[in-house]
Structures are given as structure tokens and as C-alpha cells.
Design a protein around this ligand. Sequence first.
Ligand code: PLP
Length: 376
Amino acid sequence: MTTPIYLDYNATAPLKPAVVEAMAVALAETGNASSVHRFGRLARRAIESARGQVAALVGASPHQVVFTAGGTEANNLALAQRSLARVLASAVEHESVSRAADNALVVPVDGQGLVDLGALERLLARESAPAFVAVMLANNETGVIQPVAEVAHIAHAHGALVHCDAVQAAGKIAIDMAALGVDTLALSAHKLGGPQGVGALVVADRAALQPMLLGGGQERGRRAGTENTAGIVGFGVAAELAIRDIEAISGLAGLRDQMEARLRRAVPEATVFGAAAPRLPNTSCIAMPGVAAETQVMALDLAGIAVSAGSACSSGKVKASHVLAAMGAGDLAGNAIRVSAGWRSAPADFDRLVEGWTSLWARLGAHRAGSAAPAA
Ligand code: PLP
């Protein structure tokens, strides 16, 4: 039996060993960070240290970081600030943004998945009510990086607030929240080697924040509930390591590009989505014409290779990708898998993917698409 390989980092990344160690220490401690005694003070100190580490990941100040129970809550909390404003959200937002804003006006993307800045400008100019713009920094399915600084510039010129879901971008590209110019920014620990169920909303000083969860005065009244101390500690360590490891992660782009070139050489009919746009270094979204994404995921899983079909669904069922549909992928949207690498990925993992995918094509795709079987 060959060792299974994991190429699904955009779903969740393996915990980094130093994160596990720091969390084990934190879990062994007793103390509610709101308590005034020494136990509480120790927990408070651990949380505040993590706040500094997470703030540094995006060039923010510690007081701007509000810890949440993940990226979904951070996005929901940001969208809860829209008040009566009309929400304009890109067509490729994660469901934790799009579903948190019913009736949002959709800002279209082009064939590469990049938000249409002209359309954004036109939609904002038409809107008489105050507006609230949500555009993610990098897409979870394609890795396409949006021109968020330009989005913020346009939106602010129209008096709109801007939220940016940076859940997938964090740890994969350098982020400077001030340079992006956004009002709120969402992060999630488990995408960068930290624990699941912990995230943060980073709030610019100019933006007010109304809490969504009510109760105690934790997080300076911005998010009630006893803090997940060990999780937050793990998030802090993961954030610090992500800053240190950013060069190594950017090096994945070379391996990813070679992998895509090999796949396309073997299967000229293959399509790589967003390949002409700026992309995260670790992500590839590639369609094998004529073969359902689910079939590819299951066959690759049997070969010991873990990838996703478009967006991973909580129900375990794969539905057509709204991201690829918005990019005009048509039927190919149902044939696309996402390969996403990370801190523990090795060149041999990409080799295995190429072997597995091309032999799958030889078995299923070449025949269905009516082409000659390619060399593996
Ligand atoms: N935003 C994006 C772009 C994501 O990819 C995800 C998770 O897949 C989330 C938000 C939600 O984050 P979490 O899993 O921490 O709730």
C-alpha cells in the first residue's frame, strides 16, 4: 500500500507540530481569561500574545483583532455590519459571505475569475442607498487573487464599507491590511496550519463593530463568550509560522506550474481555471473533459491521493461550482477538481497526482472525449 498523499490544503491544512505543542500546553492549563486571579491572568496573557501574532500576519494592530469560532463566523460578523446598506458581493464569494447577505447585488467576474471593476463602479454609481462591498482576497476553488486594493479604492470613493474574506489568502501570500484599504478582513486558523474552529475578524480603526453574539464583555464587547484559549494560542503560533514560511509556500508555485504543464502536455483537452490571472501559489483547479469531478475525486482517493471537487461541501455531496459557473465554464464546471498543496507537500506529491490523473484519463477520459490515450 502506497502512502496516501494530501493535496487538499484549501479544505484544511495539517496542524504544524509547533502548534500542537503550544496547544497541548495551553490545554493543560486551567483558567478563564476573564478571571482576575493568576490562572485567569495566565490565560489572558496567552490570548493577548496570540492576538499580537495574528495581527502581525496582516500588518494590523493587536486591538483590531476580534477572535471568532472560524472564518464563517468572521464573515457573518462582518456582513452583520451592513445595517441597512445594500450589499454588493462578487460572484465568487464563499457561501459564508454570499449566504450572509440575501439580496446582495452580484458583481460579475471575467473568464479568469477576476472581479469586473467597471461593473462594480457602475453598480455603486446606480445605488442611492449606502453600500457595503464584499470581495474576497483569494478564491478557495481557483486560487485567483482579486484586485482588492482597487476594489476598496472604488468602493470608498462611493462611501461604501469594504469587507474582505482573506481566509484562503492568509499564509499563502503576504497581506497588509492597510495597503488593501479594507474595513474588515476575515481569517481562519485551520487554513494555515492552526486548529479548526478558530478565526478572526480584523477591524480597521475607522470601522465600528456591533457584536453578533451577545453575553459577556469578552473581546472588548465585540464577541461574547469564553475564549477558546488553546485554539487561539494555536492560531497565534500558526500565524507566526505562516509569516516565517511564506517564502517556502510561494515556492510551491513552481511545482504547481510544472504539474499543470505536465497535465496539459498529457491531456491537451484539460483546462486550468484562472491560469492567466494572479493566483495563490498552492492552488490548481483543473478540468478533465467528460469525466465527472466526483468520479475523479473517488478514483484518485482509491489511488491514495486526496483532492477536492470544486468547493468541499459539508453534506459530502458535490454541487456544481458557482465559482466556475460565474467564470463561464459551462459543462466543464462539473469536471473540475481542485488540487491544493501546502507546508508539508513535496515534489513527489505532484508526481503522484500527475501519474494518477493521467492514468485516469487513459482509463476514462480519453475514451469518452474520443481522443487517443495519452502517454502517462
Ligand atoms: N472563506 C473561504 C474563502 C473559505 O475557503 C472558507 C473555508 O473553506 C471559509 C471562508 C470558512 O472558514 P471556516 O472553515 O473557518 O469557517
